[in-house]
Design a protein around this ligand. Structure first.
Ligand code: UDP
Ligand code: MG
Length: 319
């Protein structure tokens, strides 16, 4: 089944302290939306939604200004910083039912927004999900590239199905969005959830450029937390690993026990040394703490999920 030729498109941009770049992104994206409308590729009711993720700079003032400048712009402001994934969730829930398809993209427009046209083409062919896949990682620092690639490999080992080099630049149809909004989880890893939706999915390739202004809002701490969330929200391999390690150590201890018994009973060089007493203690202590820590991580997740607190509050909205 193919989709509408002229869909209402909602483009969502989560923004956290983006005053330095937002004006530029707004102009470029507005022009692009107007171009798409003029070329008859999207409906004139299409719009751009800026989600202010509790910024402490002039981001919200700028968004308000944009909404006054153009009918095509809408904005919502979260009451505090909730992180990129939650901001995106707020945007996605907000546009659900008001568009035929939506695209999410970073506010710094590092991802080539011109790929939206290619996404729309795939959507019109009938795809419900179109993933943006980056061509290369040349614009990234060595550190970012290395950590990102290792991360994909690690996720794969953990049995988590995510698309290589796909971040949060993607198109979802109304139908896919309808499935997405039913996921109630707090420990959000959107790209993992999108994989669970299971509707016809296409890929579109795009280039990434360097950030033109401002700094990355993904601090190392946020990045690590996000990476860890991805693993612990989608994989129980770390828990299984504990069992495996425990089993291996159990086997080794049986071996050591038999050896000790044999030495004590059948040889005369008994008097076990200090090392053989203390080393296993250190080792076991370490393994046990690690195991408890990992279990704790999951219990922490369960704790935040069962509280069912609201994900975010929309303090103001201009729709
Ligand atoms: N972002 C957000 N809340 C946060 C951190 C980031 O909404 O707490 C947004 C940010 O404004 C941007 C997107 O997430 O639109 C990606 O962030 P950034 O470009 O800084 O990350 P990088 O490209 O360096 O990975
Ligand atoms: Mg960026």
């Amino acid at each position: 089944m193919s989709h509408k030729i002229k869909p209402i498109l909602a483009t969502i941009l989560p923004c956290y302290n983006e005053e330095e770049i937002l004006e530029k992104s707004f102009k470029a994206l507005l022009l692009y939306h107007q171009e798409l409308i003029e070329n008859g590729l999207i409906d004139a009711k299409s719009f751009i939604l800026f989600v202010d993720d509790g910024s402490v700079d002039a981001t919200w003032q700028l968004i308000k200004k944009f909404t006054q400048k153009s009918q095509l712009v809408k904005g919502i402001k979260l009451s505090r910083n909730q992180g990129h994934q939650i901001a995106l969730l707020a945007g996605m829930r907000s546009v659900y039912g008001k568009c035929d398809c939506m695209v999410s993209i970073d506010a710094d427009l590092q991802q080539d927004y011109r790929a939206i046209e290619k996404m729309l083409n795939r959507y019109k062919e009938g795809y419900e999900i179109v993933l943006g896949i980056r061509n290369d990682r040349e614009s990234d620092s060595f550190f970012k590239r290395f950590t990102a690639e290792s991360y994909y490999k690690l996720m794969h080992l953990m049995g988590v199905d995510i698309e290589f080099n796909h971040a949060d630049f993607r198109l979802l149809s109304h139908k896919a969005l309808g499935y997405f909004v039913q996921f109630p989880e707090h420990n959000l890893f959107i790209r993992g959830i999108v994989k669970l939706i299971g509707l016809p999915t296409a890929k579109v390739y795009f280039d990434v450029k360097e950030r033109e202004a401002g700094e990355s809002k993904y601090t190392l701490k946020k990045m690590l937390a996000f990476a860890w969330d991805g693993i612990t929200s989608f994989s129980i391999v770390p828990l299984k690993l504990i069992t495996l390690i425990g089993f291996i150590i159990f086997l080794i201890s049986i071996g050591l026990g038999v050896d000790a018994l044999y030495t004590a009973l059948f040889t005369n060089k008994a008097v076990p040394g200090w090392a053989s007493t203390v080393l296993p203690m250190y080792f076991m202590g370490g393994i046990e703490l690690l195991a408890i820590g990992i279990i704790g991580e999951y219990i922490g997740k369960i704790y935040t999920e069962v509280k069912r607190r609201p994900h975010y509050f929309i303090e103001e909205e201009i729709l």
